[in-house]
Design a protein around this ligand. Structure first.
Ligand code: ATP
Ligand code: MG
Length: 396
């Protein structure tokens, strides 16, 4: 069957205001659009016209798959399915408009406005004349429709260029900035609701994402690990390829458990996770930040003082995009991006297994450092061993 739309016009907003860097953003967006479209298996010709990206189908395609991919491309704020008009005479345009509305709007009880742009100045009518003629043809064909030039429910756009096209629907895209415009970050990815959302939010600002998961076999299971792999897979449908590092954290955890006060376990463990994540980040090209799913005050290890103490372990910036979110807002976002169904699975996490009954909520940095001093002579080697245990998976 022939596809109803011959092309998709993509709108982008923020990158339009980046002055001299504009073309870099546009090129990055074009590249990402191509990557996303390739995932649908169909062929498209992607190019820019007048501050928009135009994706012209060169083969049959699956409409739903194309819309899913395009609306998931960071930088795209709107996707407009476009019909090509073959007959360029005004009669042809009018006929095409009547057909377009007939096919796309079963219920025609709405107000509308025709909005013609004449990019091809040799066209024998002005845009206002085309607006008027097409508007009249639609009113004749569909008596339920009404014109409203100020606040119409439906805008019927007609672009007059060597190819004439028509579109009316704008399907909302994820927005943000195109991947590749802002380097890379290392996400500390666990199985919960928070960290996948945090990774998504930073990535949405144009940042490629790698991730590290600390597991603690045999205390944590294979399916807990698989859960993280599955989360990374969903995330990668937005962020592109994710290099996932899986680090065996068992010995470090056991040693902290043996040698340090139990109420400080979580915070000390978290500091070692940060240190290892930073090491991995240093070894990753263009990677200049760590990302976590922490939000202010959510649990004992996420109070202001705990975050201060965690940060002190590393010199890389630590981004916590969920810092001001309530839990329900995070879960809502997880549902929206498609990670919630996986995060909700009840598998154990390395932190919950070794967690103290009453963890410190206001850790004192000096006290924490004094406790950590008890690890000296042992921990360095364990950190090296953990890093060399790194199991790398490329996920996309
Ligand atoms: P999440 O929902 O992301 O699991 P959480 O609410 O369970 O977070 P914590 O367990 O306190 O919160 O973890 C805080 C953050 O530390 C996580 O969001 C994540 O970035 C990181 N983190 C915790 N455990 C791990 C782990 N096993 N591997 C990698 N990162 C982790
Ligand atoms: Mg967790």
């Amino acid at each position: 069957m022939e596809n109803r739309f011959q092309a998709f016009l993509l709108k982008y907003a923020e990158i339009g205001v980046k002055g001299k860097n504009r073309h870099l953003f546009e090129e990055a967006l074009e590249k990402q659009v191509r990557i996303h479209l390739r995932r649908t298996g169909a062929e498209f010709d992607v190019h820019r016209i007048n501050g928009r990206i135009y994706c012209e189908a060169k083969s049959e395609y699956d409409y739903d798959a194309v819309i899913t991919e395009l609306t998931k491309t960071f930088g795209v704020v709107g996707v407009c399915p476009v019909s090509h008009i073959q007959d360029k005479t005004i009669e042809g345009i009018k006929e095409a408009a009547v057909k377009f509305i007939g096919e796309n709007y079963p219920d025609r009880n709405f107000t509308f406005k025709v909005d013609t742009r004449r990019a091809d100045k040799s066209y024998p009518m002005t845009s206002m004349e085309v607006d008027a003629d097409v508007g009249e043809a639609l009113l004749d064909a569909y008596t339920e429709m009404k014109v409203d030039v100020h606040d119409p429910e439906v805008f019927l756009h007609i672009d007059l260029r060597e190819q004439i096209f028509m579109y009316s629907k704008v399907i909302k895209g994820v927005g943000g900035l195109p991947l590749g415009t802002n380097g890379r970050a290392m996400l500390l990815l666990s199985g919960g609701f928070d960290s996948p959302v945090a990774g998504y939010m930073v990535s949405r600002r144009g940042v490629y994402m790698d991730a590290v998961y600390f597991n603690a076999p045999p205390y944590t299971s294979e399916r807990a690990k698989q859960k993280v792999v599955d989360l990374a897979k969903v995330l990668s449908s937005y962020t592109g390829n994710i290099r996932l590092h899986i680090i065996n954290f068992t010995e470090i955890q056991m040693t902290i458990y043996e040698k340090c006060p139990h109420d400080e376990l979580t915070i000390i463990m978290r500091r070692y996770m940060m240190k290892i994540a930073e090491r991995l980040a240093r070894d990753t090209k263009d990677c200049y930040a760590l990302v976590t799913g922490e939000s202010m005050g959510q649990v004992a290890s996420q109070t202001m003082k705990s975050l201060f103490t965690t940060d002190e372990a590393v010199s890389f910036p630590v981004f916590r995009p969920l810092i001001g979110f309530d839990k329900q807002e995070i879960i809502d976002k997880a549902e929206e991006i498609g990670t919630a169904d996986i995060s909700i699975l009840p598998y154990e996490d390395c932190c919950t297994i070794f967690v103290a009954k009453h963890p410190v909520t206001k850790p004192n940095l000096n006290a924490i450092k004094a406790s950590e001093a008890r690890l000296e002579g042992v921990i360095e080697e364990l950190v090296e061993k953990a890093i060399s245990s790194d199991e790398v998976m490329d996920i996309w």
